[in-house]
Design a protein. Structure first.
Length: 406
């Protein structure tokens, strides 16, 4: 990695629209991370079942996989800012529904699953629109830096959100977390209304099977883009143990809701550190090899987390997973965005969404099912080994990725 004295790690925040959206997303994502933490804890309190925790991932991923091909086309042929507004509004309503049902004390797991499903529909609209919208807010040459800062934002929110969420659950109640999230959505909604229209290259395609196929064809004809998506899927599929954190916190490490909040934030702390480091680097060398090494480290840290019986060591290993994940995901995302024309960027993002959401969500199902039979620690250890093996295979069969250095 090279560093230049005249390179500012926050240079992309000089662009007004990017800065406003970054701040709005930061506030909103804190609430969203709090809600994810609360839902996992809520489901486990209501059911005491690893299988019920696994269902969270399944309910999330089904609408994303089914709708992603269509919402990617929508992001290319319609106003992306307006699509994000619609999606964020739906998610606000979902958070309000969770708040009301919880405070009325009539909520049950089925209600939570239904709301998660509706929220996932909104996410399927939001993600390709948002990912293809962000490059429109600044010149292309700054996108690597922007990607690092976006990663820092997500990771910081994943530090603050679970930490506050755990404290609010312990000190107040779960409903207060859902209420906070509903209010936090107002930040990004206000920002999107404030910045107004931005220049966007609209695809001349219509919502059709041909336009959907065009997006998939673009991805799978590019070994570089395709291999990064397979890495997204397999690494996170095998090493998705976050859904089991309530079990580790409550039954293995015995640290309760507050400790659960800190464990949930650990990965994000490591990720934020990695994002800050990357933002200082104007040029990253040997990106392909660095991606592969980072994912292998991610798998190793997951494996050791599964073996740990001490809270401090568990926290450290989770932080390492976050550090490695951000190094890998930042480079992967930059490669994909810079090698994709704007007219098809929404469809590329929607295909990418299937992989990077499908991996962890289906991985949570796999981890929960395995944990219900063989226990949470062994389930996580096996996942770490699987992530390492799959990464080595992808590196061997895709030399274009392994040798990538631009």
């Amino acid at each position: 990695m090279e560093k230049k004295d005249n390179h500012s790690p926050f240079i992309t925040l000089r662009f007004r629209n990017f800065r406003l959206v970054w701040i709005g997303l930061f506030i909103s994502s804190i609430g969203s991370m709090m809600q994810v933490t609360a839902i996992n804890w809520h489901i486990y309190l209501l059911t005491k079942s690893a299988l019920s925790l696994a269902m969270i991932g399944l309910v999330k991923i089904v609408p994303i996989i089914l709708l992603a091909p269509f919402t990617g086309v929508l992001a290319d042929i319609h106003n992306r800012r307006k699509l994000i507004l619609v999606a964020q509004t739906i998610m606000t309503v979902c958070a309000i529904s969770l708040t009301i049902l919880t405070y009325l004390n009539i909520i049950n797991p089925l209600m939570i699953y239904v709301i998660i499903f509706i929220n996932a529909i909104a996410m399927a609209i939001d993600i390709p629109a948002r990912q293809s919208f962000m490059p429109l807010l600044l010149p292309e040459k700054y996108f690597a830096n922007a990607s690092s800062l976006i990663n820092v934002m997500w990771r910081l929110s994943a530090i603050i959100g679970p930490g506050i969420g755990g404290l609010m659950i312990a000190g107040f109640n779960i409903g207060s977390v859902y209420l906070f999230n509903a209010i936090s959505f107002l930040a990004i909604i206000f920002v999107l209304l404030e910045i107004g229209s931005v220049n966007q290259i609209y695809s001349n395609r219509k919502l059709s099977l041909f336009s959907i196929k065009e997006g998939f064809s673009f991805v799978f004809k590019s070994p570089l883009i395709c291999s990064t998506m397979f890495l997204d899927f397999f690494a996170t599929f095998f090493a998705s143990g976050n859904v089991l954190l309530p079990i580790f916190a409550k039954d293995i490490l015995k640290v309760g809701a507050q400790g659960y909040g800190f464990l949930s934030a650990a990965s994000a702390i490591g990720g934020a550190a990695a994002g800050i480091c990357l933002s200082f680097m104007e040029k990253i060398r040997h990106q392909g090899r660095l991606i592969l090494v980072a994912v292998i480290v991610y798998g190793l840290a997951t494996l050791f987390f599964g073996l740990s019986k001490l809270f401090f060591l568990s926290f450290v290993f989770l932080a390492i997973t976050g550090f490695a994940d951000v190094i890998s995901s930042t480079i992967r995302n930059t490669i994909r965005q810079l090698n994709t024309p704007d007219y098809i960027r929404g469809r590329m993002s929607s295909v990418s969404m299937i992989f990077f959401y499908g991996g962890p969500e289906l991985g949570e199902v796999e981890a929960g099912v395995m944990a219900s039979f063989i226990g949470a620690p062994i389930s996580v250890v096996i996942g770490g080994v699987g992530a390492i093996i799959s990464t080595l295979i992808i590196g061997l069969v895709t030399p274009k990725l392994t040798n990538y250095d631009q």
